[in-house]
Design a protein around this ligand. Structure first.
Ligand SMILES: [Zn+2]
Length: 436
């Protein structure tokens, strides 16, 4: 990416490991400005005029532009001349990132993992994840293994390897009982840390509820009526890179021989509407890749979903925006089942509100994000073409409980709160699909 290489500085990290140093992208002097653009043309024009880079999914009120101290006034001038609204949502991005790193529980993944290990060893149980810290790939995978060790109805498998050779793991709950299936993917965009964290909270809760001893006369809970397939971290390479090197990283870590720029936007690498709202430029945040399913990570999801029979519900978990998006995402044309999809999404939004008080807006990407939200190659569009009617993307919040906006840097004190939103949504979807 042009802008990251321009601002790349080498920092020696203060770390528990001696002599450890890594290249780290600095966002000193950077701010985020929300711009009320109405079309992709407007967005691209303002990008070119200002030199700012758009941050996709930054806000439902407009597109977030990431600007340095020189680009920001240029952007506001250019927008003003076109009567487009602007609003600074983050004045000092580097300050937010530093605050997040200072957070005692998420500052050092190695310490965190050590603590998890120690707790796991002492207790010999899976309740080692406290859900008040963002944990690295190793810590997440240790948690999954502990779940498998603790509960007989949990199986953890690898569904493929990433570009850098990490496993992409799925957790299967209630396997082999002939139940209808519910599939969840999270963390496909690296910087959206709340997505895997909230999904792990849900998984923890689901397995605990299922393990409670019941009498034979107790009717089955909704968790027992499904075979759950949960990929909590669909892009582990990107996620780890966002922890160690570039907090705002979105794509995977694919390298190309014909470009210095790294990575493909995995949620622009699926076939339905491939190329819409995406870029052919390797350096773009929304680079679609050389072809649909060119990436190991998106291919792993495809291969896994294709061999599963009877998937009733598929949910992709992202941040941010407080929205429940249903297909189509890549076109203005309504999906043939739009009314039904809207009814389901509205019921889910009502349930989240009743249970947690949080407001989520249901709609298509165009309805909730405006014209610039139209984009192809996304998981939910792919899932619905596989015959899964209940196909949704859930965008978790950027706001803390006090209403403060944090963008992708939602403090870890919100994990349980947002995990409850996700639990309410998934439980409601499971009940609705079961009754249908
Ligand atoms: Zn996303």
């Amino acid at each position: 990416m042009k802008w990251t290489s321009a601002i790349l500085v080498v920092l020696t990290l203060v770390s528990s490991t001696p002599n450890r140093a890594e290249d780290k992208v600095s966002y000193a002097g950077y701010s985020v400005v929300q711009v009320g653009v109405n079309s992709t043309d407007e967005m691209v024009g303002l990008e070119a005029e200002s030199g700012c880079v758009t941050l996709h999914e930054w806000s439902k009120h407009g597109v977030g532009f990431l600007c340095d101290r020189f680009q920001s006034p240029r952007l506001r001038r250019a927008a003003k001349s076109k009567h487009i609204s602007t609003r600074v949502s983050t004045r000092h991005l580097d300050r937010l990132i530093r605050e997040e790193q200072r957070s005692p529980r998420s500052a050092d993944p190695q310490n965190n993992n050590r603590r998890l290990n120690a707790r796991n060893k002492n207790r010999g149980r899976s309740d080692m994840l406290s859900h008040n810290a963002y944990v690295g790939v190793d810590g997440i995978y240790r948690f999954l293994d502990a779940l498998q060790d603790s509960y007989p109805n949990v199986n953890v498998k690898s569904i493929g390897k990433t570009f850098e050779g990490r496993d992409i793991k799925v957790v299967v709950v209630n396997e082999g009982r002939g139940l209808p299936k519910l599939f969840i993917d999270a963390g496909i965009h690296a910087r959206e840390w709340i997505s895997p964290a909230a999904t792990l909270f849900f998984l923890d809760r689901l397995t605990k509820v299922l393990s409670r001893r019941k009498s034979k006369s107790t009717p089955p809970t909704i968790g027992e009526k499904y075979e759950w397939h949960i990929v909590p971290l669909a892009n582990p390479d990107g996620y780890e890179f966002s922890r160690t090197s570039d907090r705002m990283w979105r794509k995977n870590r694919r390298r190309f021989s014909d470009s210095k720029c790294v990575g493909v936007d995995l949620n622009r690498n699926f076939p339905q509407g491939y190329g819409v709202g995406a870029s052919k430029n390797h350096c773009s945040e929304v680079y679609q890749g050389p072809s649909p399913f060119s990436e190991a990570e998106s291919r792993a999801i495809k291969n896994y979903v294709e061999q599963l029979q009877n998937i009733r519900v598929a949910v992709s978990v992202h941040s941010f925006g407080n929205v429940l998006i249903y297909p189509w995402g890549y076109t203005n044309k309504p999906h043939p089942n739009q009314r039904e999809l809207h009814r389901i999404a509205s019921s889910v939004a009502n349930a989240i509100r009743n249970i947690t008080g949080e407001v989520y807006q249901p709609g298509t990407a165009k309805q909730v994000f405006g014209n610039w939200g139209i984009a192809g190659g996304a998981t939910d569009d792919y899932y619905i073409t596989k015959g899964i009617l209940y196909s949704f993307t859930m965008e978790l919040p950027e706001q803390g409980a006090d209403g403060t906006e944090h963008g992708f840097l939602l403090p870890p004190s919100n994990i349980k709160r947002v995990g409850r939103h996700l639990s309410a949504a998934l439980t409601t979807l499971a009940i609705m699909a079961n009754n249908n």
